[in-house]
Write a protein that binds this ligand. Structure first.
Ligand code: ADP
Ligand code: MG
Length: 682
């Protein structure tokens, strides 16, 4: 084993008292100490006084001009001040608070380097640090460590320095040489040393690059090994599907599959035929045609004599999917049924019975599908649509239905590649990145609240052409705390404004599911021309005749969500419009609105969203399953992550990797992470 797990007290100068201080920082071993990295680096370049702004933190060099004077205050507080000559002509005052002990160390004539905040008007430096002697250029970058308790930066750095003297040469390489050569990386020991003692920002960058790559490669290896092991252990089935029949079904569709759809269908069919259990994420922008892909997969499973299930988060969506899939499947003599909580009594009983007898081939429904009473005869494929809406648990229950069906997760929230790779690194990912031809780009405008009358006039014109409009509001009822338009108010206003000319529907989360259904159906059938709604309408719903999407207080939504909402229009052949009403005060809010008007591509948007909000926020919670990295940063290092992923895949599938004794430190790391334990199977 590596020497790095020796106790930290083996470093000269670290005794019992320092040991317990270090413990409070989580440092127990020599390795911990060497890898206790700064979280920030300050630029400590020497400056001349005229260069320094008022209130700027800066480093200067000067000569002590007089004896320091010390004043004491109650509660052991003190103020030490000393006159310092900086350059030839500036006589300034340096002030130290509560550091009375410095008085005896500072003597006139001495050259000192001072760091602190500069008060230009009082010609005073509020000093936070003093170094006795001239400025040394190797101090030009100052690492800042997360500290706590009794430990001071200087003493920590001394310990780290000492640890490197004793152990620096013994730090083992983790990366295979072929890889560190390929990317011209530093030795691990050098990279670590340079993280603590960088000689320049360029060197620091090289060091960081090395450690980031190492960390991400290890992470990717872990993911890929999990995937490989899961595959080899899981009892998948090879579906004996009919390619001819599947092809015939594809030809029966009213359109030709896009290249992207065809590619993804190929990936899925291959999974179905393989003896492994499919665990695949299918992501595609709103309107990219995921349903058709899902339908082909379901049909293919049926040709193999299996049953298929499609689970969606809302009843409306279930019903829409049912209607379109039923139409596609009926000509092929396939029985498709719908199961939601509104299917009750005799009908429900009959469906459950037929399902367990295998008479129903394709079952579509909400989470009603995962109730205990639902039994399939021979479930071969499960698809969940809008998968991010389902909890991890629900997904697991679905996976356990029947005997190990293949599973396909579909999502229209384009997950930035970086996040997909990390959060779903142990899944295979298919992406539909091309839209069906002939789609008109939705024209997106950003308007201020005071332009409302013009906007309504525009809606009136569209309605005259026979089109319909969505109006989205962030809240249901008026709230005194947040001044936002609410659905109920807006509904009342618009009903009044349009009067006889239009029927206005109202939809929000507090309605009973059956009421929601009814409202949605009225809109879908053009009985109402305007639908005022909260974001419940967001997911998957399809009303091709709707051409206008108006979003109140649009700055309250994230980019990805706005994009989802916008995707409700632009589904027919007519030109569609999205109008964002917002007066954002923050610069970020304004930037978000501008990005929306400029970007139509969901993946691009999600990358920007990620950059604006950070990965933690993206999934809306800490449960995103994203790992905490030591040096890597998913937003900035995503290219490295991709490279690491490719390299990891190569390694995992190379025979070399599986030979005993190969890449030993690498294996030590992976074993420590529990990769080779078989209890990882879910
Ligand atoms: P989403 O990916 O958002 O679920 P849908 O599957 O609902 O998208 O498809 C959106 C619309 O595009 C549907 O009306 C569908 O019939 C149509 N569509 C799907 N694939 C194609 C294609 N290859 N060519 C033309 N239209 C298509
Ligand atoms: Mg869909």
């Amino acid at each position: 084993m590596s020497i790095l797990i020796e106790p930290v007290t083996n470093v000269q100068g670290i005794g019992e008292s320092k040991k317990s201080d270090l413990e409070s920082l989580g440092i127990l071993t020599v390795g911990d100490l060497l890898e206790y990295l700064p979280f920030r680096y300050d630029d400590n370049k020497l400056k001349s006084l005229p260069e320094i702004e008022h209130d700027e933190k800066a480093t200067i060099e000067g000569k002590v001009h007089s004896e320091p004077s010390l004043r004491h205050f109650p509660r052991k507080k003190s103020r030490l001040s000393v006159r310092v000559l900086v350059g030839e002509k500036f006589l300034i005052t340096a002030v130290f608070f509560n550091r009375a002990f410095l008085k005896n160390q500072i003597t006139p004539g001495q050259t000192v380097t001072l760091k602190g905040k500069w008060d230009k008007h009082k010609m005073t430096l509020n000093a936070s640090d003093i170094h006795f002697g001239p400025y040394q250029s190797d101090q030009s970058i100052e690492p800042v460590y997360p500290l706590r308790g009794e430990i001071y930066m200087k003493s920590l750095r001394k310990m780290i320095q000492q640890a490197f003297q004793q152990y620096g040469q013994l730090i083992p390489e983790v990366l295979p040489e072929s890889l560190s050569m390929r990317y011209k990386l530093m030795k691990r020991g050098e990279a670590l040393y340079r993280m603590h003692f960088p000689s320049s920002f360029d060197v620091l960058k090289m060091a960081r690059r090395t450690l980031v790559y190492e960390e991400l490669l290890l992470f990717q290896l872990k993911m890929q090994l999990f995937k490989k092991i899961n595959r080899e252990m899981s009892q998948g089935k090879s579906l004996n599907l009919s390619k001819e029949k599947t092809q015939a079904f594809i030809s029966s569709l009213p359109f030709t599959l896009t290249e992207a759809q065809a590619r993804v269908v190929g990936e899925i069919l291959k999974d179905l035929q393989s003896p492994y259990r499919m665990n695949r994420l299918l992501q595609g922008d709103v309107g990219s045609g995921k349903t058709a892909v899902g339908a082909v997969a379901l049909y293919a499973a049926v040709t193999a004599g299996k049953q298929g299930a499609l689970m969606v988060p809302t009843e409306i969506l279930a019903e829409q999917h049912f209607q379109s899939l039923e139409k596609m499947f009926a000509p092929f003599g396939i029985r498709t049924e719908l199961l939601t909580s509104s299917v009750k009594g005799k009908k429900r009983k009959e469906i459950l019975q037929s399902l367990s007898e295998g008479e129903i081939s394709v079952m579509i429904g909400t989470h009603a599908l995962i109730q205990d009473e639902v039994n399939f005869k021979d479930l071969g494929l499960v698809i969940t649509d809008e998968q991010h809406r389902f909890g991890v648990n629900q997904r697991r229950v679905l996976r356990e239905k029947g005997s190990f069906p293949d599973v396909l997760f579909m999502t229209a929230t384009p997950i930035p590649r970086t996040l997909a790779i990390s959060a779903f690194g142990d899944m295979d990912v298919s992406t539909i990145d091309v839209m069906p031809a002939g789609r008109k780009t939705i024209k997106t405008h950003w308007a201020k609240h005071d332009m409302l009358s013009r906007i309504l006039e525009f809606v009136r014109k569209e309605l005259k052409k026979g089109r319909q409009a969505y109006v989205i509001c962030p809240l249901i009822e008026e709230s005194e705390k947040i001044d936002v338009q609410n659905a109920i108010d807006v509904h009342a206003q618009l009903s009044m404004y349009f009067g006889e000319n239009a029927s206005v529907g109202l939809m929000h989360g507090r309605l009973h599911p059956s009421e929601k259904e009814q409202v949605m159906r009225q809109f879908a059938e053009n009985e109402s021309q305007i639908l005022v709604s909260t974001t419940v309408v967001e997911v998957g719903v399809n009303v091709p005749n709707a051409t206008v999407m108006i979003i109140y207080d649009a700055d309250r939504f994230g980019l990805s969500q706005l994009h989802q909402l916008r995707g409700r229009v632009g589904r027919g052949s007519e030109q569609s419009y999205c109008i964002l009403i917002a007066d954002p005060k923050s610069e970020e809010g304004q930037e978000r609105m501008t990005i929306m008007t400029e970007t139509a591509n969901g993946f691009e948007l999600s990358e920007k969203d990620l950059q604006l909000r950070g990965p933690g926020d993206f999934f809306g919670s800490k449960q995103s399953g994203l790992p905490d990295f030591k040096t890597a940063d998913l937003v900035h290092d995503y290219r490295v992550l991709e490279t690491a992923r490719k390299d990891a895949a190569e390694l995992v599938f190379s025979e070399y990797f599986w030979k005993e004794d190969q890449y030993t430190p690498l294996r030590v790391h992976l074993e420590a992470a529990g990769v080779f334990q078989n209890d990882r199977l879910d």
